[in-house]
Design a binder for this molecule. Structure first.
Ligand code: NAD
Length: 253
């Protein structure tokens, strides 16, 4: 597949925050972009925003990445409209905050289902298209907390650490097929998820106070993560695979 041919990108959790920025960026980069989100209105709004800027985008709205049947159906819809899905960004995520001894089985299972099984299902849905094309790009949005650990977030951090393992293993298995698989672990990006944690007092401080002690002296922006994704899915990033590309203002080095 040449760099000038149309490519299809699918971004999970594309309706909000980091996923929204990634979807808008990939659409602006020329990908026919599918915005998949559990939140129907959010997915449609982002796809509409991209189309309003003259780019090609569609919503796959109301899809739960933790449900394989829904995932497979969504990929089929995107394939029919835009062609093989050769670029995938697994961004949809669910946060959680609980003392370890109080984490229930249900909460553990739900976070694992969204943050780890979701990417597993999406990768299994997309990789056959990528093999057929002899070209593919996968970026998994993990979390800097998987490197540092994070108290009261053991279920979330464990799921994101698993996503890093998924990334590295797929990179080895599918490198020979022209498919790269990398992970961007965001840290401290100003999104509804982060503001929600701030409002619940879970950051231990305000976003602004934490920004003041961050090496680059600001919170991350969703566009910072989108810029890294844009590069990782580009033609020229073809020799980068199995890597963890930290985008965190120097908070983790
Ligand atoms: P956000 O809450 O703003 O957006 C997440 C989106 O995912 C929402 O639109 C939501 O509807 C969607 N979603 C949630 N569960 C879903 C499901 N089961 N199926 C489909 N869609 C679903 O969050 P964000 O801050 O933009 O986070 C995006 C990703 O970045 C997440 O994976 C998150 O864990 C990761 N992350 C964020 C930060 C940060 O500082 N914001 C830090 C580390 C990691």
């Amino acid at each position: 597949m040449s760099g000038t041919q149309r490519r299809t990108a699918l971004v999970t959790g594309g309706g909000s925050g980091i996923g929204r920025a990634i979807a808008l960026r990939l659409a602006a980069d020329g990908f026919a972009t599918a915005v998949l989100d559990l939140d129907k209105d959010a997915a449609e709004s982002v796809a509409g925003e991209a189309r309003g800027s003259g780019h090609e985008a569609m919503a796959v709205a109301g899809v739960d990445v933790s449900d394989r049947v829904q995932v497979n159906a969504a990929f089929e819809v995107v394939r029919s409209a835009f062609g093989p899905v050769v670029t995938l960004v697994n961004n949809a995520g669910k946060s959680g905050f609980k003392e370890f001894l109080k984490i229930t089985d249900a909460s553990w299972d739900q976070i694992m289902a969204v943050n780890l099984s979701g990417p597993f299902y999406c990768c299994q849905a997309a990789i056959p298209d990528m093999i057929e094309a002899g070209w593919g790009r996968i970026v998994n949005i993990s979390s800097s907390s998987a490197h540092s650990g994070q108290q009261y977030m053991t279920h979330y951090v464990s799921s994101k650490a698993g996503l890093i393992g998924l990334t590295k293993s797929l990179a080895l298995e599918f490198g020979p097929k022209g498919i790269t698989v990398n992970t961007v672990p965001p840290g401290f990006v100003d999104t509804p998820m982060l503001r929600g944690s701030e409002q619940r007092g879970l950051l231990g401080s305000s976003v602004e106070d934490i920004a003041a002690v961050t090496p680059v002296r600001r919170a991350g922006r969703p566009e910072d993560i989108a810029a890294a994704c844009s590069f990782l899915v580009s033609e020229e990033a073809g020799y980068i695979t199995g890597q963890i590309i930290g985008v965190n203002g120097g908070r983790n080095t």
